[in-house]
Design a protein around this ligand. Structure first.
Ligand code: TRP
Length: 454
């Protein structure tokens, strides 16, 4: 009982913020809108929400369980909990997946730095929507500029990883998250008020189930895993730093709700704006970099100072949201090399940084000068995104569900969710049922459906 009264509020909030910092990122503001656009809008969002609550939250609690109970980063956690058999490969697969994501994710994170630069030097002022398209194309086709920003962004991540994240990131998240939230809310209102915005709102809120093809399911599931940072042990690595009193179910729910809210709000900014200026919603990865500067210019055309300040603020916050995510991705590989091979943290971090830089360079050039080289019809950037988000993450998530549902000692599973009996956790039977049956079968069904086997 004594323990219970001495609940350490700081660390519980810290746990939520660190996990939310990992989850909220480019996945919400950059990837969610263009995936929604590519897959036809509102019906995609409904299926996405289903994936978040049905697969996402239970698998998040399962990852928390693995990480906190093992007290090790994901690469070692599965091995510690099940030394025999092949379960340890879930951990290794996760490390590889995270490393690949870090590479191409940093490319887009680098773009945010370019856009901060453009905003600060007031290059958005007075441009028309077609000029924003040209501006983005010129930038991404340039063989050097994106690479410079990629390099800067990975170095920033490296620097924080080496210095130790805990305090800096936790403390700044407490300020940044609310600011980001208020700013997105404000922008959503501005965007909705643009002329012709109704079409965008309709696209976002009126489901057309005629457009639901198998790839819509795969896309929504991939997006759910990507946005929640699930399926590769990112959150299980963070959970290895959770305190004993952190409530796993409550933390997962908080992260899920925050992440979903930010994504839907981002949609409310992008689509009204895109339809208003006549940009196709399926413009792909460039979508937010073309529509957003336009929103600022149009919404605040009478008050250029506001347009200037909001543009800077937005891209700074976007870069910081991306940074808290790249840190979490980098941490998984760094902690793995450090624990497994006994490299110093510094050396491990340098290896991860160098490796992700190479992947990032190839991914970045694949969008410009190397765009003619294709893998299965996709450039290297898109192929990496497809492979990780739509295949590797769901497989990792499914294996984690199977592991916690069927293999891990049931008493451990219960103890972790109830904090050794001090919480009721009434959702427990449902949680177990989902891990054992619903999540594995559901994920497998989506794969089979995509392959056309139904
Ligand atoms: N979830 C983050 C975002 O939405 C990206 C991210 C961080 C991630 N860690 C991850 C994605 C682990 C998949 C797996 O931007």
């Amino acid at each position: 009982m004594y323990q219970k009264e001495r609940v350490n509020f700081g660390s519980k909030l810290g746990a939520i913020l660190a996990a939310a910092g990992s989850a909220v990122g480019l996945g919400n503001i950059w990837r969610f809108p263009y995936e929604t656009g590519n897959h036809g809008g509102a019906a995609f969002i409904l299926i996405y929400l289903g994936c978040v609550f049905l697969f996402g939250l239970p698998i998040m609690i399962a990852e928390f369980t693995v990480g906190r109970h093992a007290g090790a980063s994901t690469g070692e956690a599965f091995k510690a909990l099940a030394p025999k058999g092949c379960w340890k490969y879930i951990g290794y697969l996760g490390v590889l997946t995270g490393f690949l994501i870090l590479g191409y994710y940093s490319v887009v994170a680098g773009w945010t730095l370019e856009y901060i630069f453009q905003a600060v030097t007031n290059r958005f002022a007075g441009r028309s929507s077609s000029e924003f398209i040209t501006m983005f194309q010129d930038f991404s086709l340039n063989p050097f500029r994106p690479l410079v920003w990629l390099f800067v962004f990975i170095l920033l991540t490296h620097f924080i990883i080496v210095k130790g994240v805990q305090k800096g990131i936790e403390r700044s998240s407490k300020v940044l998250m609310p600011v980001l939230f208020i700013l997105i809310l404000l922008l959503a209102v501005c965007s909705i008020m643009l002329p012709g915005a109704e079409k965008g709102i309709e696209f976002l809120l009126k489901p057309d189930f005629g457009k639901v093809t198998p790839s819509v399911f795969l896309g929504a599931m991939g997006q759910a895993f990507f946005s929640l940072s699930l399926g590769m042990g990112c959150l299980s690595t963070y959970a290895s730093y959770f305190g004993k009193d952190t409530r796993l179910g409550h933390t997962a729910m908080s992260v899920g709700v925050i992440d979903t809210f930010v994504a839907v709000l981002a949609g409310l900014i992008i689509f009204p704006a895109a339809f208003s200026v006549g940009i196709q919603p399926d413009a792909g990865p460039s979508l937010i970099f073309i529509t957003l500067p336009n929103v600022f210019q149009q919404a605040f055309s009478g008050v250029p100072v506001l347009a200037y300040v909001c543009s800077i603020l937005f891209y700074v916050l976007l870069a910081l949201a991306a940074l808290t995510s790249t840190i979490s991705l980098h941490e998984v590989s760094t902690a793995f090399l450090h624990e497994k091979f006994n490299f110093s943290r510094g050396k491990a971090a340098r290896m991860v940084t160098a490796g992700s830089l190479i992947i990032g360079i190839v991914a970045s050039l694949a969008l410009g000068v190397w765009s003619d080289y294709k893998i299965a019809g996709m450039n290297f950037f898109d192929a990496l995104d497809f492979l990780t988000a739509k295949i590797m993450l769901p497989i990792g998530g499914m294996m984690t569900a199977l592991f916690v549902g069927w293999v891990l000692n049931r008493q451990i599973v219960r103890d972790e969710v109830t904090n050794y009996g001090s919480l009721k956790a009434g959702y427990y039977p449902v949680y177990i049922f989902i891990l054992k049956y619903i999540a594995p079968i559901g994920i497998a069904a989506i794969f089979l459906n995509e392959l056309g086997l139904f």
